[in-house]
Design a protein around this ligand. Structure first.
Ligand code: TYD
Length: 144
């Protein structure tokens, strides 16, 4: 993986209906987000002062949507970092492959929905920041 090719992605504005009857946000796989969804999961009831994440993925692409409450996401490469505050259920944060992420400042009722491009695989994780820096510095083929 060439670190110069790792791209920070920004917020995707999801189309939504905000009507007197309430707010509806539909998401269609590969149409509203840039990949086919193979897995979804959600993070809830995170205790105060908890930091989650601390990893990168070799292949996985994700979109994070905070359905309720608020959470802060820090996305990094070895050279730079960007912080996003998610508090709008009509916004998705796209985190592409090869980015390090940390998630913190969950409000007590925060609900973080994650749409993922792959099934769960522990071998896709890099959980050590030094190892991550080495991984992105290594030249790799198209598959990397
Ligand atoms: P992890 O992705 O490390 O959570 P976070 O980055 O939010 O801190 O996952 C925590 C645990 O849950 C880990 O042991 C793997 C397991 N897990 C699954 O079994 N399936 C999944 O789809 C995910 C995301 C995690």
């Amino acid at each position: 993986m060439d670190v110069r090719k790792i791209k920070f992605r920004d917020i995707i504005d999801l189309k939504n209906e905000d009507r007197p009857r309430g707010h509806l946000t539909p998401i269609e796989s590969a149409m509203d987000i840039p990949f086919e969804i193979k897995r979804i999961y959600y993070i809830t009831r995170v205790p105060e002062n908890t930091v989650r994440g601390f990893h990168a993925h070799k292949k996985l692409n994700q979109v994070l949507i905070c359905l309720n409450g608020c959470v802060t996401i820090k996305v990094s490469t070895p050279n730079e970092e960007k912080t996003f505050i998610l508090d709008n259920p009509s916004e998705g944060l796209y985190i592409g492959t090869g980015l390090w992420r940390e998630m913190y400042d969950f409000t007590p009722a925060a609900v973080l929905l994650v749409l993922a491009s792959e099934y769960y695989s522990e071998s896709d994780y890099i959980r050590d920041f030094d190892e991550y820096c080495k991984y992105v510095a290594e030249p790799k083929g198209e598959e990397g």
